[in-house]
Design a protein around this ligand. Structure first.
Ligand code: ZN
Length: 120
């Protein structure tokens, strides 16, 4: 991700962390509502105490959980230095696009292609 400055990376990272915090906060709200939670067994709950927040994200279903995983993935890629590179064609994804959609893993061209294929 040589096309991004340290400052740009820091900005994206902060955005991702803020997004994640918001999602975790709203996940915490949901977890207090028993209708959103399924407990399957004691073992899992014990392990959950150790895994903490990780467990929480697994308990949350649907869109939010998916987004949390995407954020984690993006943060992991920032750490490993592969963030902002299209996973499909290897192109550098422009900062403006990353800023607008920090969890993106594909350049606009590949994303559009994928959407076209999905529609067809
Ligand atoms: Zn691409």
């Amino acid at each position: 991700m040589k096309h991004l400055t340290e400052e740009q990376i820091r900005e994206i990272k902060e955005t991702l962390i803020r997004m994640r915090e918001k999602l975790i906060a709203s996940a915490n709200e949901q977890i207090r509502d028993p209708s959103n939670v399924t407990f399957e067994g004691g073992d899992e709950i014990d392990r959950a105490d150790l895994e903490g927040e990780r467990y929480l994200t697994f308990r949350i279903k649907g869109r939010e959980a998916k987004l949390i995983h995407k954020i984690d993935y993006a943060l992991m890629k920032i750490e490993s230095g592969t963030y902002g590179i299209c996973e499909n064609c290897g192109a550098e994804i422009p900062f403006e696009r990353l800023k607008a959609r920090p969890v993106t893993t594909m350049c606009i061209e590949c994303k559009e292609l994928e959407e076209e294929l999905e529609d067809g």
